[in-house]
Design a protein around this ligand. Structure first.
Ligand code: TMP
Length: 214
């Protein structure tokens, strides 16, 4: 029996360390799913399609009105869902996305104070029936996140934001995690990679068991 396709998102403020763990989860899932002819597709937002990657450059480098920024994030997402996420899930493949709509609520809603009602309207428009099956929120205090940003490369528009912006972004992520406890798992990202991997192993096993049972 083919496992039920799953959609997993990774979230966290810049410097939370989520990228280190995406490759690990993808590789573990792929190893388990290969026997079922299931592919694990890794993608990201903003991005994920040729158009999305072009718009990513604009979004990460250019200043713009906060509503323009939110609309562009959701435009990129619309394309990502149409071109990559839905086709993959329909084939029975699994999708891992480095960020999804929770990032818009956290960054544009929390960080930039755009109204949550407006963001909810966009969410309803762009994906009324699609939500991740699992959202892993990598959570760290601000000072840890700041210290982790790679000082050897040029920071993008978001990474250059002040501590207050990230404080509000993190607060909104945590608020959403409390609002949707069935979907979110908070990972304390100050822990060592080995301990986090052990936590991830438990979640991966649960997910696979659930996918094979349903
Ligand atoms: P990344 O550095 O994790 O690839 O994400 C790019 C940046 O884009 C990151 O600073 C968060 C930001 N972002 C938003 O502000 N809103 C969104 O909806 C998404 C998906 C990302």
């Amino acid at each position: 029996m083919k496992p039920t396709a799953k959609f997993i998102s990774f979230e966290g403020i810049d410097g939370a360390g989520k990228s280190t763990h995406i490759a690990y989860v993808a590789q573990r899932l792929q190893a388990a799913l290969v026997a079922h002819q299931v592919q694990v597709v890794c993608s990201r937002e903003p991005g994920g399609t040729p158009l999305g990657e072009t718009l990513r450059e604009v979004l990460l480098q250019q200043k713009m009105h906060l509503e323009t920024e939110a609309l562009l994030m959701f435009a990129v997402r619309r394309e990502h869902i149409a071109q990559l996420i839905e086709p993959a899930l329909s084939r029975g493949d699994w999708v891992i996305s480095d960020r999804f709509t929770d990032a818009s609520f956290a960054y544009q809603g929390g960080g930039r104070h755009l109204s949550i009602e407006k963001l909810s309207i966009l969410e309803q428009w762009v994906h009324p029936h699609l939500q991740p099956d699992l959202t892993l929120l990598f959570d760290v205090p601000l000072d840890v996140a700041r210290a982790r940003l790679d000082a050897t490369r040029q920071l993008d528009k978001f990474e250059r934001e002040k501590a207050e912006f990230f404080f509000d972004t993190r607060t909104e992520y945590l608020r959403r995690a409390a609002e949707f406890p069935q979907r979110f798992r908070i990972i304390d990202s100050t822990q060592s990679i080995e301990i986090i991997r052990k936590e991830l192993d438990v979640l991966i096993d649960e997910l696979l068991t659930n996918a094979l049972a349903s």
